[in-house]
Design a protein around this ligand. Structure first.
Ligand code: AHR
Length: 502
């Protein structure tokens, strides 16, 4: 039995809704087919966006969407994606499958998608193969209200009002696909490029995101901050609002990766152990950031995270299409608890990717759409958005060791919303054993107002023929009285419980 004490009067940090952000790249069937089918499609759509997908995403309260990449961002030339569609340039998507990109989804379509989702926008600019002028003109095109060549062009293309860019990424993975740069070189480019990401409307500042490290490349984080810190807050507001971090869970390493659905018990624990590594990464990169930015003005932006397996047999390897099981549900639950716990520094995170790519929340096939186990976990965790992290301590947690892989049996995080409702999300990582968690509120009595779980046999997943094998189901294995609750968590489960003060 593990014991959880919730110090419900002790609010630790604000959970930015953007921690529950998403990522959509021009990769495989994420944008095309998955989200955008075009106005003339037989699939029901509004302005080209699939209605089923938009509806499902709205239920997640998607707070923010990143686009157009990823690696694609540093090959993207935005002017190819504006104006009449029949005139738009076709290009080869060299990174992802070598397919033809017809640019029918461009800047106007992205903002239309975000309008339909009601979410914030995160545009990723091109440093690797683009110019300062190109980046600066894109920002002018999107956000300048007055008379200027780019604002006039936007108006000519049918959008009179400027849009809002909430976040702008100055390059992507510039240590790799974004130009294979060394950190000091990229840092100098960051200084230069960001200068021309102009904020035309002071009421709508654009938060600038500097390209950060791959996994545990602490040297990158340190060097980039060394070269830029004379401009970081509080000395120079508006220079750098975020520093990114990318981390994917590859169960069998980068080369082999491993199957999404066919894995043994040892690989289950190995995968979850690797998901837990996010905590160490965020902590260690955070310590470096603390040296330059002790007041935490610069957010850690984990703008790519999730599982990355060998793609589904018979699919284009460049499309990164993979299935999603209860294992992915646990990876999501573990990772989101880590982000909540570090919400003093982590200000945004983007699950990679939204539809049909990597750890997607939705999969589509023609006019069919299914929700993955990860979707259901994101739905459970939506209550944490904009909440305040509560101090909580878990004791008596068993450690499970299989082969060389160890994990704690339970992970959790707790937040309180503006109405005083407390949300607890708690994971049981054990394949075989239930877990009893005894919960104590340090202050006051509570009752349960909602409780759900996502659970199943570890390989369980949804298919187009059986779309509801894994769902978010009612959780009833609890007792609650006065300031205590006792939960009996199913094996391999993600549980969400909401408590109201009595
Ligand atoms: O999400 C897939 C790819 O992973 C992105 O394009 C890139 O940034 C990362 O390497």
């Amino acid at each position: 039995m593990s014991e959880l004490v919730i110090n419900n009067k002790n609010q630790v940090s604000h959970i930015n809704p953007e921690i529950y952000g998403h990522f959509s790249e021009h990769l495989g069937r994420c944008i095309y087919e998955g989200i955008y089918v075009g106005e003339d499609s037989d699939i029901k759509n509004v302005n080209g966006m699939r209605c089923d997908v938009v509806e499902a995403l709205k239920e997640l309260k998607v707070p923010l969407l990143r686009w157009p990449g990823g690696c694609f961002a540093d090959e993207y030339h935005w002017k190819d994606g504006i104006g009449p569609k029949e005139n738009r340039k076709k290009m080869v998507n060299t990174h992802w499958g070598g397919v033809v990109e017809d640019n029918s989804f461009g800047t106007h379509e992205f903002f239309e998608l975000c309008r339909q989702l009601g979410c914030k926008t995160y545009i990723n600019g091109n440093v690797g193969s683009g110019t300062v002028q190109e980046m600066s003109e894109w920002v002018e095109y999107m956000t300048f209200e007055g008379v200027s060549p780019m604002a006039d062009l936007r108006k000519k293309n049918g959008h009179k009002e400027p849009w809002t860019i909430d976040y702008f990424g100055v390059g992507n993975e510039n240590w790799g696909c974004g130009g294979n740069m060394r950190p000091s070189y990229y840092a100098d480019l960051y200084r230069r490029f960001q200068t021309y990401v102009r904020v035309y409307n002071p009421d709508k500042p654009i938060k600038k995101v500097c390209g950060g490290a791959n996994v545990d490349d602490f040297h990158w984080t340190k060097t980039v901050l060394d070269v830029t810190h004379d401009h970081t807050p509080p000395q120079f507001h508006g220079f750098m609002d975020g520093l990114s971090l990318h981390y994917y869970v590859h169960p069998e390493g980068w080369e082999i990766k491993g199957s999404a659905t066919d894995f043994d018990e040892e690989v289950w624990y190995k995968t979850l152990n690797k998901a837990l590594f996010m905590d160490e990464l965020v902590t260690k990169h955070g310590h470096i950031m603390d040296q330059y930015d002790p007041d935490k003005n610069i957010g850690m932006i984990v703008d790519e995270w999730g599982t990355w397996y060998t793609c589904e047999p018979g699919t284009n390897p460049g499309f990164l299409y993979q299935q999603n099981t209860i294992r992915d549900a646990l990876v999501a639950g573990i990772t989101l608890n880590v982000f909540n716990k570090h919400s003093d520094r982590v200000k945004m995170a983007n699950l990679a990717q939204m539809v049909n790519v990597l750890q997607a929340v939705l999969l589509t096939e023609g006019d069919k759409m299914i929700k993955t186990p990860t979707y259901h976990v994101m739905h459970q965790y939506r209550y944490h958005q904009d909440g305040e992290l509560l101090d909580s301590s878990l004791t008596g947690v068993e450690e499970i060791t299989v082969g060389e892989w160890s994990v704690p049996k339970v992970t959790e995080s707790v937040s309180v919303d503006k109405d005083g409702i407390i949300t607890l999300t708690v994971n049981n990582l054990s394949i075989k054993d239930k877990e009893t968690v005894s919960v104590t509120f340090a202050d006051g009595d509570y009752e349960v107002i909602e409780a759900t779980q996502v659970t199943g046999e570890i390989h369980a997943h949804n298919t187009f023929d059986a779309p509801e094998v894994v769902t978010e189901e009612a959780f009833t294995s609890y007792e609650c009285a006065e300031n205590k609750a006792t939960l009996t968590l199913a094996p391999s489960s993600v549980t969400m419980i909401r408590f109201k003060s009595k």
